[in-house]
Design a protein around this ligand. Structure first.
Ligand SMILES: *Cc1c(COP(=O)(O)O)cnc(C)c1O
Ligand SMILES: [Zn+2]
Length: 392
């Protein structure tokens, strides 16, 4: 692939180097001059490496991310208000879509002879980057907010990266690591390498739903990295003539921390930082999203929207996914179901339309101190208990 970086906004192109930002300040992405994209005929078992031809690196490292299931969830149609599909990114090797970008970032570091990779993260990306670094024999440094829950740190520590719990402003830390002169290849959320890998989720969705693409793709947004990637992929597929009618991209945030939704609602041209309040959706609580304005452009230019949902709605949506579809996701993924419900109620998404929710991260890697409904019984009462429960 022709590895050139380009600004989505002003169009300036840069020969490939470690540049992450345009002169204008906006984030860059890999952008070939001509896109020769065809649906691959290689086996689904290769995961996202099936699309290696259009990625900046093509040699697999570690467990292949991608090739995650896309399931029809008709049991949730009524709740969602449309025909619902779930793209279960929780089935990636470390439990989130972050693996797609980590594999490309770590693969690139390996190929260019680097010894260190790094990430600034709320947890999932630190876990994913650490695992892929371990698989490639590279050293890894991760920087997480000082208040990151212990459970998350324990999972990350298994892969033995250097873990730094950083006090101070997350947005400043994030940008500093991208401009700092060091031997560490940083693959933060919205860096070109990570965005390139994350495009593959959208290729898969469109391929899995052929011949009719979805009307809408609904995803959570924090840094805006994934939203940028999905947008880029859709543009590429359209340019290659593989989709006629590109899906509308709907982005969802938690109401306590919704800088992108605020800019959308208030018709602002760019996203401005907000002071974040607490939310259960910890993986998307970025009050100063580095690709926020690019995510806003993704929603606007595809005819989609950006909405935010309350923690109560997120809780309820999480329950619905667990009990109505058998899928446990983290709150940051459940926002999509809460979001699609709102969007169909406001008629932004029609009852006869199909929507794909990207379930970004697993609920099985995290514990919450919620109520557990159960009964303690003794063995002699087993028969009675069984007939009791089935009689109801
Ligand atoms: C990282 C993450 C997001 C947000 O993705 P961005 O690319 O930062 O917008 C959403 N959900 C989960 C589970 C994540 O780990
Ligand atoms: Zn620019």
């Amino acid at each position: 692939m022709n590895r050139r970086l380009r600004c989505y906004d002003c169009g300036t192109a840069y020969e490939v180097d470690d540049r992450k930002r345009c002169e204008c300040g906006e984030p860059l992405w890999f952008d070939a001059d001509t896109i020769e994209f065809e649906w691959p005929d290689s086996a689904w078992s290769a995961g996202m490496w099936r699309y290696a031809d259009v990625l900046p690196v093509s040699d697999p490292v570690g467990l292949p991310p991608g090739a995650t299931p896309l399931v029809r969830a008709d049991g949730l149609d009524e709740y969602a208000g449309c025909a619902l599909y779930l793209k279960n990114e929780a089935q990636n090797p470390t439990g989130s879509f972050k693996d797609r970008g980590s594999a490309v970032g770590v693969g690139y570091a390996l190929r260019t002879g680097r010894k260190w990779v790094g990430a600034v993260s709320h947890g999932n990306m630190a876990l994913s980057t650490s695992a892929y670094a371990a698989s490639a024999g590279l050293e890894c440094a991760v920087f997480v907010p000082a208040d990151t829950p212990k459970g998350r740190l324990e999972l990350i520590a298994r892969h033995d990266p250097r873990i730094f719990r950083v006090e101070g402003d997350y947005g400043t830390l994030y940008e500093r690591t991208l401009s700092i002169d060091s031997d560490v290849t940083f693959v933060n959320s919205d860096t070109p390498l990570r965005v390139a890998g994350q495009k593959t989720v959208a290729y898969e969705i469109v391929e899995q739903l052929q011949p009719d693409g979805p009307d809408a793709i609904v995803l959570p947004v924090s840094s805006g990295g994934q939203a940028s990637a999905v947008w880029k992929a859709v543009r590429e597929l359209e340019a290659a003539g593989l989709i006629d009618e590109p899906p509308r991209l709907y982005l969802v945030q938690a109401a306590s921390c919704d800088p992108v939704a605020t800019a959308y609602r208030e018709d602002e041209p760019t996203v401005r930082p907000v002071t974040a309040d607490e939310t259960i959706a910890v993986s998307i609580a970025n009050g100063d999203p580095p690709s926020g304005t690019r995510a806003l452009a993704a929603a606007r230019s595809t005819g989609g929207a950006v909405v935010s949902v309350s923690d109560d709605e997120i809780h309820e949506a999480m329950d619905r996914l667990s009990t109505g579809a058998g899928i446990s996701v983290e709150p940051s993924s459940a926002v999509t179901l809460a979001g699609v419900r709102r969007l169909s109620r406001s008629n932004a998404i029609g009852a006869d339309e199909t929507a794909v929710l990207i379930l970004t991260g697993s609920g099985y890697t995290e514990r919450y101190d919620g109520e557990v409904r159960s009964r303690t019984i003794d063995l002699p009462s087993l028969d009675r208990e069984l007939s009791h429960v089935t009689a109801r």
